[in-house]
Design a protein. Sequence first.
Length: 515
Amino acid sequence: ARRRAEHAGAVLHVARDDARMARLAEALAFVAPEIEVLRFPAWDCLPYDRVSPNAELVAERVATLCRLLEPAGPPRIVLTTVNALVQRTPPRGAFANPGLTLTAGGSIAPEALAAFLESHGYGRAGTVMEPGEYALRGGIVDLFPAGEAEPVRLDLFGDSIESIRRFDPATQRSGAAVAGIVLRPVSETPLDAEAISRFRAGWRDAFGPEAAGDPIYAAISAGRRHPGMEHWVALFHPTMETLLDYLPEASVSLDHQAEAVLAARLEMIADHFQARQIPPRDGEAPYRPLPPARLYLDAAAWEAMLARGPLFACSPFARPEDASGIDGGGRPGPLFTTAGAPGGAAGAFAQFTPQVARWAAEGRRVLLAAWTLGSRERLAHLLREHGLTAIALEDWAARQRLPHGAIGLITLGLERGFLAEDLAVIGEQDLLGERISRPPRRRRRADQFIAEASELAEGDLVVHQEHGIGRYDGLVTLSVSGAPHDCLRLLYDADGKLFLPVENIEMLSRFGSET
């Protein structure tokens, strides 16, 4: 936030991985809500994979690229990762079109709307649940635009848009009405006539006329999306750029150990490209990879890209006296206990209570960061039990009104606390040695998945975390130890079948319906 205040242009921070990017986005939203924070994550698949990246993730990437082409409103910070920045992006011209604006009371021909959605990456589904999906049911059109928190439902009468309402993808119930919505691409691989023609010519130039029999070539030529087609994204565009091309005069900062992550990623890209050169086994479809330079930066191109503007390398270590750089002023906070340490909470508070008094005497405000609202309530109870005054703070600015000697309780995921200026911020792990409660794993409810599965047609593609892409073949009930058991049946090559118990549904994700 301080760098953003000191730099007139855009600010880009390159995190080591997605987890650190997510934590920083959460922290910025809490401490500097006036700043617009945009995220540009990496694809969640391996280089030269046979599967496509997650549609929701791609929609966020495209939404960020589109937003960067629009005039900046509030101060802006862009967060990305090493893996995302080393990958080339579609050129700015691919997203220069302002998109399709729909307004309640306006008009749109249903066939024109469907053509826009198909050519810009939206996939048709029975039930809209994820960004980039749309569904047609007579005069009702459900769609989930890029960059939106919720999908919208259009009520059409002929070409007239009678209403636009948001709806809950879990319950499918309509909600608040909206005056209008802007539809932007949700894919980095467009399927309009120009892009298809460019892909066909580029494919033949790269792999020869004999490669025209490849299933991917046939699908794209027919205007159909194909699993893994994104790994040939360079063929859909006249040229490729980088994220920094969208951020002229940006001030860039690299996370600690970013160089090591970059080296490992470049090695992985080279290894996977080399592995794809091995002739396929009998019955296996050949894989025709594009050279890495078409899709990724190499070390020299990475250095040249970063040399365009200001560059900072972040480090948790103290700056040597003879080294240049800026001392951010933060220092790691103390650890009052460790997991399994003797004495437990009593021993931790025996150290923490006098330290709070010392900090108060120094003029420091003391904040205790809890991972969740539930753990914040538990910490408040523990503080009161040990004679300390705790006040819940709902925003960062409230720390200025914290009474002398009181402890402010904030909800913010911190792996480690810190001391900075007139603050002492302590994480719940610093105080107790471990988290009171772990953040819940992101998983769907069984009833939600079964409702989604009921909308899938037999033969639709799904992805199993361990077994890869298979074809969904319905819900079946098997007898296990004499008791009925609900399972999802998946079909694989060579007549292979996999029966997945419904309690393990988090292993499965919907790849998308074929069209």
